[in-house]
Design a protein around this ligand. Structure first.
Ligand code: EPU
Length: 423
């Protein structure tokens, strides 16, 4: 059984949507509970398939997970007696690699499958491993598994985590988590500054860690001997929010986003404003409207606080309808362009040139059957489907369910016409 979407357009969206808790903050925070024996509660850890899959991984390690009616996730990590991350899970979800640092810190050993390939690029983990080695772990590869050991515990060190494409988000998460329980002081230079890493660091401090420099590229961690369980609420999902902003813009609509402070979204807000979208901050949210035409833009994805790669595909759908030529350059995952051919099937005019795509704006998009290839590429196809004439069929919707909580219900509540079908 596989779900598909039938999306009938064009529509004009209008109304109110509440932004959910951040997927990419929830995942490492769930992993962090491994290091704090006892019962933690993660609030706003939305029921997404990625969250469920990481939950399954934690259960295999020995943790006990429970959910109540809302999005709170209860994790009891009193017992962690099987420090093994199986291939079967890692091959489906690369983010599972974020259990490596916490397992090493808690169990002094870990065996975690090397993540498999991925539609958006190679995605190596060499920097994660280098950082953990610098904390004193002995690491080797065996039959596709990373085998890591630190029988005498980890030791603080000065660690540079930059790579050919800048900082690494989950690499920073892994080394940061492991360093909280290492002996002595660790300095991480070229740390990822993404709000999800800051959220993780704040959560770790609530567990008793001593991290300073949060949100900056230099994190300083004074090792502590133990962490305690917490109750912690994750930040709103800035990528889900950005996707809805584009939905308002591409349908020339008006959306009010609740639970959407703009502080983490300055690059996105700035770009959308230049393109002709009006964004006003209001209480804990914002109002997005578009009345005039869309202007072309030149956009390069970068690490935070630059324009996020996770909104690149969605922005491309929008710029397909701008009046003139735009360029999008992908600096984080230079092959993350699976959506280009699919958008062209919907009558967009996109041409890939190395790590860039040249977009000649068209007057309208036309519905077509299209194939989702990864999470954000699928979101771009849904957005294009809202604006396209006719009924777009998006196949392999499971990709979108990994990171968006019932996107069709949220969009339908503001005027979209999306039907989920199981085939
Ligand atoms: N890289 C290396 N070596 C490493 C690690 C990364 O060369 O050891 C390279 C990558 O190949 C890439 C760049 O560094 O070119 C950045 O990758 P990063 O490690 O930051 O990515 P990630 O931590 O695996 C997270 C998000 C992604 C998001 C990226 C970039 C989670 C669970 N995933 O991945 O989110 O695109 O950061 O911001 O936090 C998504 O939500 O759709 C998604 C893919």
């Amino acid at each position: 059984m596989m779900d598909i979407f039938h999306i009938t357009g064009p529509v004009r969206l209008s109304g109110r949507i509440t932004v959910s808790g951040s997927k990419n903050a929830s995942l490492p925070i769930m992993a962090a509970t491994i290091m704090a024996p006892g019962k933690s509660v993660i609030k706003n850890a939305v029921r997404l398939s990625d969250v469920t899959v990481l939950g399954r991984l934690l259960s295999q390690l020995g943790a006990k997970l429970n959910r109540n009616e809302n999005d709170d996730l209860h994790i009891d990590s009193t017992v962690i007696d099987n420090p093994i991350g199986e291939y079967d899970i890692l091959r489906k979800m690369r983010a599972g690699i974020c259990i490596l640092g916490p397992l090493l810190a808690r169990c002094k050993r870990a065996k975690v499958s090397m993540p498999g390939g991925c539609a958006i690029g190679d995605r190596p983990v060499d920097i994660h491993l280098k950082g953990l080695q610098q904390l004193g772990a002995k690491i080797h590869l065996k039959a596709g598994y990373i085998v890591a050991q630190a029988p005498d515990g980890l030791k603080g060190n000065d660690i540079f985590l930059g790579g050919p494409f800048g900082s690494t988000v989950l690499g920073t998460a892994n080394v940061l988590m492991a360093a909280t329980l290492a002996k002595g002081r660790t300095t991480i230079e070229a740390a990822a500054c993404e709000p999800e890493i800051a959220d993780l660091a704040n959560c770790l401090n609530r567990m008793g860690a001593k991290i300073s420099g949060i949100g900056s590229p230099r994190l300083i961690i004074e090792g502590v001997s133990c962490l305690k369980p917490v109750e912690y609420s994750v930040i709103p999902d800035r990528i889900e929010a950005g996707t809805f902003m584009v939905a308002a813009a591409i349908t020339a609509g008006e959306l009010r986003l609740q639970n959407c402070p703009l502080g983490h979204m300055m690059a996105v807000v700035d770009k959308l404003r230049n393109i002709g979208v009006t964004i006003e901050s209001q209480n804990n949210g914002c109002i997005i409207t578009r009345t005039g035409g869309l202007k072309p833009a030149d956009v390069t994805t970068q690490s935070y606080p630059g324009f996020p790669t996770d909104l690149q595909a969605q922005l491309m759908a929008l710029l397909s309808l701008a009046e003139g030529n735009s360029v999008i350059t992908e600096k984080i995952f230079p092959d993350r362009f699976m959506h280009v051919a699919e958008l062209n099937r919907m009558a967009a005019s996109l041409r890939k040139e190395g790590p860039s795509v040249i977009i000649s704006g068209v007057k309208k998009l036309m519905a077509a059957p299209v194939m989702a290839s990864d999470l954000r590429a699928s979101a771009a196809l849904v957005l294009a489907g809202l604006a396209a004439e006719g009924t777009t069929i998006v196949n392999r919707v499971y990709h979108i369910d990994r990171g968006y909580k019932s996107i069709e219900n949220k969009l339908n509540s503001v005027g979209a016409k999306i039907v989920r079908k199981s085939i």
